[in-house]
Design a protein around this ligand. Structure first.
Ligand code: ZN
Length: 157
């Protein structure tokens, strides 16, 4: 199996069987995101404990395989991380999707990075980039409580 096939397989797996697709009990942060270009919608629920560590993260939503796979992979990778670590991972991912060849963060294991690199194939398709980054921008919004509902159309990436 070549890399491209491996990437497609991981996306299909997460797209068909999204992890953490539920609503977190007693969440203390949440935000909604909408990608009108494709019709993707996500609602991210976050439970941060007193040490600002992600005790639980989940999402509800519907959309294309890329958007669902991205939310599924994101939620499984940031669980257990501290808020500032989550932000570092988000920035690293968004920069990779935008321009970088690879991920720089030391907060993720190599096999975890592979899961994120699966989404790098969208770089060639600006419409798909919005599908892949929707849940990530929504997570930033949930953490910062900057906006209750974001519209990805207005985001550069
Ligand atoms: Zn989409």
């Amino acid at each position: 199996m070549n890399l491209k096939e491996l990437y497609q397989e991981i996306i299909l797996d997460h797209g068909k069987n999204p992890r953490n697709l539920r609503k977190t009990d007693n969440f203390n942060k949440d935000a909604k995101g909408h990608n009108p270009l494709c019709g993707d919608k996500v609602h991210i629920y976050l439970k941060l404990n007193e040490n600002k560590k992600v005790e639980d993260i989940s999402f509800e939503g519907q959309g294309c395989a890329i958007s669902m796979a991205s939310a599924s992979i994101m939620t499984s990778l940031v669980k257990g991380k501290e808020e500032k670590e989550v932000k570092e991972i988000i920035n690293d991912f968004l920069e990779m999707i935008k321009e970088k060849e690879s991920l720089n963060t030391k907060l993720l294991e190599e096999d975890e990075k592979i899961k994120l690199m699966c989404l790098s194939g969208v770089k060639q398709y600006p419409m798909r980039v919005k599908c892949a980054t929707l849940s990530w921008h929504t997570l930033i919004s949930a953490i910062d409580k900057s906006q209750n509902e974001i519209n990805i159309e207005s985001k550069e990436f």
